[in-house]
Design a protein around this ligand. Structure first.
Ligand code: KG4
Ligand code: ZN
Length: 359
């Protein structure tokens, strides 16, 4: 089956073409995955401006579609279109959903609406190999931080989520406080890496080095790290950065940016890993999955691998490739295929953008 998928839930315009095979163990061949980032548009504002995002999606969608189709060099017809319907920024979703529905209508192609979080989870299932259920999936993006227990691909439940800011949102807000621009995740990671590399104490491998990081002089809180539930809270961490900046003053802060970023990044990593591993142990899972833009963080990826190897050596860990963690339409296509196998196509009139859609 050939799937054309469209993702515009936030500030990335993405169109992918996938070839899907199999029912019981679906596997996918990525024929094209084009992502057009809007970072330059939103950077001056230190965050996403929804109306500007929608306008950019409208402009980019035909261009990205054309690029994707020409890269895919399709010989067979498209079997269905999968489009992200939510959660996300409503104006952004309207752009993608409207475009996909028009395309489906004029081309007479069936269409399927996909939940964006289902998409982030689906990024783990490009190939089902080695994934044994039950599994726990950590979804960490700009809008969500959730721990999800999966009994199988279809059946899952939310164990916990953030009570305030998402992990990615915390990266973005901390970066803004530090005057580092948008998006915050990659720039904080880059500053943190400078600190790790420049420090004379960094005698162990730079990536995944717990002990070394504990020697940092700047200490930020690890909110809810020991709470008995699986909820998260990152707004206090952002406020701690705010007070730190106020106390240090602009000049000192500027000199300590790599140090602050390394500690901030480590605070988020510590909480995410501790809770994920605790959930994995409590529910006796066989696999740990993850996804969302924050999983593009190299330290988080490396430290999660080390922690699973050390504490749960029999558990299979899948960390999707970076380009499938940040928003992309491949994951939308994978989730769409599973939904198509279950229920067939949606009635086009039923497909509506919903910014607050839940898993
Ligand atoms: O999943 P995603 O692409 O979009 C949403 O669904 O929100 O995630 C975007 C988030 C942003 O907050 C961004 O700062 C964060 O992912 N992010 C990162 C990194 N790359 C992107 N956070 C930490 N480290 C990174 N390397
Ligand atoms: Zn996302």
């Amino acid at each position: 089956m050939i799937i054309l998928s469209i993702e515009t839930s936030c500030d990335d315009t993405s169109v992918a073409v996938l070839e899907a095979r199999g029912r019981k163990r679906p596997c996918f061949n990525i024929l094209a995955n084009i992502v057009s980032s809007q970072n330059e548009i939103h950077a001056p504002f230190g965050g996403i401006v929804p109306n500007l995002a929608a306008r950019a999606h409208q402009k980019n969608l035909p261009i990205v579609l054309e690029k994707s189709l020409s890269e895919a060099k399709l010989k067979n017809k498209i079997d269905f279109i999968a489009v992200t319907v939510g959660p996300g920024l409503e104006p952004s979703l309207w752009a993608g959903v409207g475009f996909a529905k028009s395309l489906a209508f004029v081309s007479r192609i069936p269409i399927i609406g996909v939940n964006h979080i289902d998409g982030h989870i689906a990024a783990n299932f490009l190939d089902k190999k080695n994934i044994i259920f039950p599994a726990v999936c950590l979804v960490v993006s700009g809008g969500h931080t959730q721990l999800i227990l999966m009994e199988n691909y279809e059946k899952y439940r939310l164990l916990g989520e953030t009570r305030d800011d998402a992990a990615g949102e915390a990266f973005d807000k901390a970066a803004k406080l530090l005057g580092l621009g948008y998006p915050g995740g990659p720039v904080i990671a880059a500053e943190a890496a400078k600190f790790l590399i420049s420090s004379p104490e960094a005698d162990q491998p730079l990536v995944g080095n717990f002990q070394f990081l504990n020697k940092l002089k700047i200490i930020l809180p690890r909110p809810m790290i020991n709470s008995k539930d699986y909820d998260f809270s990152f707004s206090g961490l952002k406020t701690a950065v705010l007070y730190l900046v106020k106390n240090l003053g602009i000049e000192k802060t500027r000199n300590l940016i790599p140090n602050i970023c390394a500690e901030f990044q480590q605070a988020v990593i510590d909480v995410l890993i501790k809770k994920t591993l605790r959930a994995a142990k409590e529910y006796g899972v066989k696999s740990i999955l993850c996804g969302g833009g924050v999983m593009a963080n190299k330290e988080l990826r490396a430290q999660l691998k080390t922690a699973v190897q050390n504490e749960l050596p029999d558990v299979f860990l899948r960390v999707p490739p970076i380009e499938l963690c940040t928003d992309n339409a491949v994951m939308t296509g994978i989730a769409g295929y599973h939904k198509f196998l279950r229920n067939g196509a949606d009635k086009p009139e039923k497909i509506k953008a919903d910014g607050n859609l839940r898993v």
